[in-house]
Design a protein around this ligand. Structure first.
Ligand SMILES: NC(=O)C1=CN([C@@H]2O[C@H](COP(=O)(O)OP(=O)(O)OC[C@H]3O[C@@H](n4cnc5c(N)ncnc54)[C@H](OP(=O)(O)O)[C@@H]3O)[C@@H](O)[C@H]2O)C=CC1
Ligand SMILES: O=C([O-])CC(=O)C(=O)O
Length: 267
């Protein structure tokens, strides 16, 4: 007689700082899997905060309980979740790793989180790179221009606030279409699940205006971010071509791995 078998789940490492993961989606689920696999020595996955009844390998708890149990809270849940729980975590002495950098374009939230403690605030670089070099160049002399051009598949860019005509224009696009052009802070607010990178870039270069163009390309099979910057110290151009997450076409597959590197810095 044959019997259904299920593969044994990896057991969480028993030692190390207790990590709570807020949000069990494309980023959070990979962060959890890698932590369970022991990818970050010194980190022990303790619990998950999930709203949608996901089948998770560690206990699902409320955000309040997670903050009470954890040494580090890893936010992978979106702007509203960060705004709702970030401050409480830091004030409780829990270190906070932030994926949703776009939420920090709300100056009151950002200032509040930076002033909070004793928990420490860590911001992942997420889907972008090269920020250390750009920040170094900016500290030598201000840039004269900084631009980010992001290209994604149109279905990843449809937003609730768009009217039906705009949504149809996007979903029926047969050629690349500019969806947004404007400052990084506005970009991150209008596309909260697609342009956190705009905020990450702006936050790395305080005081420097960052101009963003968002392109919907029906032929895009990768998520492209092109950063270009001009200044007295030099000219810079970084092109990132990330495969999208299999679970979420808005999110680059590399992002949970960037979050894990940031977590390593928090230990
Ligand atoms: N810095 C960067 O480069 C990037 C940052 N991001 C940020 O990371 C966030 C997560 O990305 P991703 O994993 O791809 O998104 P997903 O939509 O795949 O997963 C997010 C999960 O979080 C859940 N969630 C939302 N609010 C809460 C809450 N208050 N408590 C617990 N769970 C919650 C969602 O549940 P439900 O679906 O039920 O709402 C969903 O399951 C994005 O919203 C974005 O802000 C994303 C990509 C790149
Ligand atoms: O994952 C990416 O490439 C970028 C993204 O969604 C974001 O910044 O919100």
């Amino acid at each position: 007689m044959s019997q259904a078998t299920t593969a044994p789940r990896p057991q969480a490492p028993v030692k190390g700082k207790a990590v709570a993961v807020l949000g069990y989606g494309a980023i959070g689920s990979v962060v959890c899997d890698r932590l369970l696999a022991g990818a970050i020595p010194g980190a022990r996955l303790d619990c998950v905060v999930s709203l949608d009844g996901a089948d998770t390998p560690v206990p699902v708890v409320t955000a309040e309980e997670a903050i009470a149990r954890a040494d580090v809270l890893v936010e992978c849940a979106g702007h509203a979740a960060l705004a709702a729980h970030g401050l409480a975590a830091l004030n409780a002495g829990v270190d906070l790793v932030v994926s949703s950098a776009g939420a920090l374009t709300d100056k009151a939230l950002y200032d509040g989180l930076r002033a909070a403690g004793p928990g420490r605030l860590f911001l992942t670089t997420g889907a972008l790179g090269g920020l250390d070099l750009l920040a170094a160049a900016a500290s030598a002399a201000p840039f004269t221009s900084v631009r980010l051009t992001t290209t994604k598949t149109p279905r990843a860019l449809v937003q609730d606030w768009m009217d039906d005509a705009r949504k149809a224009e996007l979903t029926n696009a047969t050629a690349p279409l500019t969806v947004f052009r404007g400052p990084a802070e506005e970009a991150a607010g209008l596309f909260p699940r697609s342009l956190n990178v705009a905020a990450t870039l702006a936050l790395a270069l305080p005081g420097t205006p960052v101009e963003v163009e968002l392109v919907a390309d029906p032929a895009a099979d990768v998520v492209t971010h092109v950063v270009s910057a001009e200044g007295p110290v030099g000219s810079y151009r970084f092109e990132v071509r990330n495969l999208p997450s299999p679970e979420n076409p808005r999110t680059s597959r590399v992002v949970p791995y960037a979050v894990l590197r940031t977590l390593r810095d928090a230990l």
